[in-house]
Every structure is written in structure tokens, then in C-alpha cells.
Design a protein around this ligand. Structure first.
Ligand code: PMP
Length: 404
């Protein structure tokens, strides 16, 4: 059992008022709030060990390097990667995905196929489209049903020896649907395709086990899991990371440079050109420690309660429709009210201190599927409460009355 009041006290922003009302923060899918321990770790880095890493013999540089590499080790353990050098620091999920699509530009040929899903965030669509334009490969899309679930029979039918890459998100940001990624990974491997999982929305709720999943790449962002913005991880299997060319050229990623030829550093440095977000990388480790101290089993159990409660309470409102009614869901409720633009509801409830997301959630194909301009998305974290859900439901009712 989680002591929610104690947890809430660890997040200073949660005791703020917004527009004169206590903040109700339900935009966790966009970014999570940060506990004091994470904020303190960022300050401590700059106060005590700030220095550039991997290049100095002086003490501070050693301390910063050690802290950065310890953090890489924490991530390795957290996701159960076989080697620490399979864990690349990035600026976020988007960066990780682009690193991979850039690498595949030298592998794909005209006639090859890339499969994405209809539930993807734009950051897991656009880089693959750009890759297909560059290489002459074809983009195929796994369709979804009215419940927002991917149709696995259609996926099976898309697979062939032409399939070179399959990519899906672990959890959909717009609807909260949890995808059957183990099935997808195994089926894709059976035709020899590589698989990238976009884990951006999964890592705040669960601990991915990349060896058990057997995915080739797993990308995520630190800022959605209580860590700093501008941090992220790309996990890649050693063999794939050795095969792909570097993403960016620069300092740190080389073995030897002459004007005739440059040789590249070993993993992970080959993919980490330039001075990274050192503080962020170190503090991401602190955020992971923090989440593990709360415990992912506790987080999941409590967030499921919030999801069930919010779904039940919201459905009391006449004319309210929830999108993403599939069985397997994370704590996200995406909804609309008959005849009212989501933006109008979002703006009114913001005046009452409630932060939700309105719009297409960077997933326009999903909105096109449902023929809507967008939704109101309430995404819950383990520091939210049922009382906050009650506050939101009352606010939505009020907004509905005002706008009808
Ligand atoms: N994929 C999904 C499923 C997401 O929800 C997000 C962020 N909304 C991203 C990718 C992109 O993450 P970032 O902006 O941190 O790179």
C-alpha cells in the first residue's frame, strides 16, 4: 500500500495553487512532476562535481565521469540489458528513434518494408517516413479497431520476407492502450525483421525487461519518469549497435582522426558525440532509484485503481465518450463530450486549477480514425488521488453546462 500523502509531500509542485485553486496535475503523459530528491540531485551536481566527462584527469572530471557511468549501470540493471554499453544516453525518445532511422538509411533498399502501427506518436512515424523516402522502402501500417487495439491478424498478414523493421509503442500516449509487444517482437523476428519499441509511455508505469522481450531497440524519455527534461535512453542490442553507423560526428565518438580517415570509438561512445547532458544523465539514475523505491508493483496497482475510478466517474456524464476502450490499459483516459470542442473544456477546467491535455496528442492518424479534432486526455500518476478525480469530474460537468 502506498502512502499517497507522504508521496505527494515529496513533490513540491503539487502543493501549488494554479489560478487560485489547488493544482490537479493530470498531464503526466506529457511530462511527469519531479520529486525533491531529483531536484536536489540536479543542484548537488552543479554545486559539487560539475566538470566535463571522459576527458579530464582531474578529480572533478573523474567524479562526474564515475557518476555518469554509474547512472548508465543503473539504467542497464533497470531494463535488464545484457551490457552497459548497450545503453545509450540520448536527449529523449525522439532522439533515440532518429538515431536508429538514421542508421537504417544505409541498410534499407527499395522494395524493403517498414511496419509501424496506427497508434504511433508522430515521433515514431515521421522519422520512418523520412527513412522510406530516402531509401525507397515502403511504409506499412498495422490497423486498429474501434476499441483502439491493434489488429494482430492484420499485422500477421503484413509480415513477409520484405519486412526489415517493425516498430510500435509499448503504450499508446493518446489512448493508453498497452500493445501486445511480445507477440509483435516474436512474429517480426520470425521473418528476420528488427524491432524498435517506443517505450516513452511505458517507463513511468512499468519496468521493461529488454532481454525477456528480446526487442532490438527500446527508446524512452527521462522526463516522463520523474527525471529531468532533455534526458533519454536508447537501448540497442550490441550486434545492432555495432552494425549501425554513428548518428552524429564530433568529439568523444572517435578512436582516431586524420584528414584522410576517422575511426570510431567503441560502444557506447560511438553514438554519444559531443558533451552530453551530464547532470541530466546522472539525475535520471536518481529518478530510477526513486521510482524503484516506490515500487512498480505498487505503482501499477494504485494507478489501475485510479483508472477504474476515473472511467466510472467520467461515464456518469451524459454525452461523454471514452476513446481507447480496449481491455489492456495504462492510467490514461481520453474523452470527448458530444458537440463540444476538447479545447474549450480544457481551457475552462484550467481556470479551476486542473491540468489536462487537449488536442491530437501528436497522434493525428488516431484522431482521423475516430473523425475527431482531438480529445481531452487525463493521464494519472501514482501521486494523484481519487479526490482529484472527483474535482476534475465536477469541473468537467460545470464546463459542459457552460458550453451546452
Ligand atoms: N512516443 C510517445 C508514445 C510519446 O508519448 C512521446 C512524448 N509525448 C514521444 C514518443 C516523444 O518523446 P520526447 O518528446 O520526450 O522525445
Amino acid at each position: 500500500m502506498l502512502d499517497i500523502q507522504k508521496i505527494r509531500a515529496e513533490f513540491p509542485i503539487l502543493s501549488q495553487k494554479v489560478n487560485g485553486k489547488p493544482l490537479v496535475y493530470f498531464d503526466n503523459g506529457a511530462t511527469s512532476q519531479k520529486p525533491q530528491i531529483v531536484i536536489d540531485a540536479e543542484v548537488k551536481y552543479y554545486q559539487e562535481i560539475n566538470a566535463n566527462i571522459h576527458r579530464g584527469v582531474h578529480t572533478l572530471s573523474q567524479l562526474a565521469t564515475d557518476a555518469y557511468e554509474i547512472s548508465r549501470g543503473k539504467v542497464q540493471q533497470h531494463i535488464n540489458a545484457k551490457f552497459a554499453h548497450e545503453v545509450l544516453f540520448t536527449s529523449g525518445t525522439t532522439h533515440g528513434i532518429n538515431l536508429v532511422t538514421n542508421g537504417f538509411a544505409s541498410i534499407l533498399k527499395p522494395g524493403d518494408e517498414v511496419i509501424v502501427s496506427s497508434l504511433e506518436h508522430h515521433s515514431n512515424i515521421v522519422p520512418w517516413q523520412m527513412l522510406c523516402e530516402k531509401t525507397g522502402a515502403t511504409l506499412k501500417v498495422i490497423p486498429m479497431n474501434e476499441d483502439g487495439e491493434l489488429i494482430m491478424e492484420a499485422f500477421d498478414a503484413l509480415l513477409s520476407e520484405k519486412t526489415k523493421v517493425v516498430t510500435v509503442n509499448h503504450i499508446s500516449n493518446a489512448l493508453g492502450i498497452i500493445n501486445p509487444i511480445k507477440y509483435i517482437i516474436d512474429k517480426a523476428h520470425a521473418v528476420g525483421a528488427a524491432v524498435l519499441i517506443d517505450g516513452a509511455q511505458a517507463v513511468p508505469h512499468l519496468k521493461p525487461n529488454v532481454q525477456e522481450l528480446d526487442c532490438d531497440f527500446y527508446a524512452f524519455s527521462g522526463h516522463k519518469m520523474c527525471g529531468p527534461t532533455g534526458t533519454g535512453i536508447l537501448y540497442g542490442k550490441e550486434a545492432w549497435l555495432n552494425k549501425l553507423p554513428p548518428y552524429q560526428g564530433g568529439g568523444e565518438m572517435i578512436k582516431e582522426v586524420t584528414f584522410e580517415k576517422t575511426t570510431y570509438a567503441d560502444l557506447p561512445h560511438k553514438f554519444e558525440a559531443g558533451t552530453p547532458n551530464i547532470a541530466g544523465g546522472i539525475v535520471l539514475g536518481t529518478a530510477i532509484d526513486y521510482l524503484n523505491s516506490v515500487g512498480f508493483e505498487n505503482i501499477q496497482q494504485y494507478e489501475n485503481e485510479l483508472l477504474e475510478y476515473a472511467t466510472k466517474r467520467l461515464l456518469e456524464i451524459e454525452g461523454l465518450k471514452i476513446y481507447g476502450t480496449g481491455k489492456n490499459k495504462a492510467s490514461v483516459v481520453s474523452f470527448n463530450i458530444d458537440g463540444i470542442h476538447p479545447y474549450d473544456i480544457g481551457s475552462i477546467i484550467d481556470k479551476l486549477g486542473i491540468a489536462v491535455r487537449t488536442g491530437h496528442h501528436c497522434a493525428q492518424p488516431i484522431m482521423n480514425f475516430f473523425c475527431i479534432p482531438g480529445t481531452i486526455r487525463a493521464s494519472f500518476s501514482f501521486y494523484n488521488t481519487k479526490e482529484e478525480i472527483d474535482t476534475m469530474v465536477e469541473a468537467v460537468k460545470k464546463a459542459k453546462t457552460m458550453l451546452s
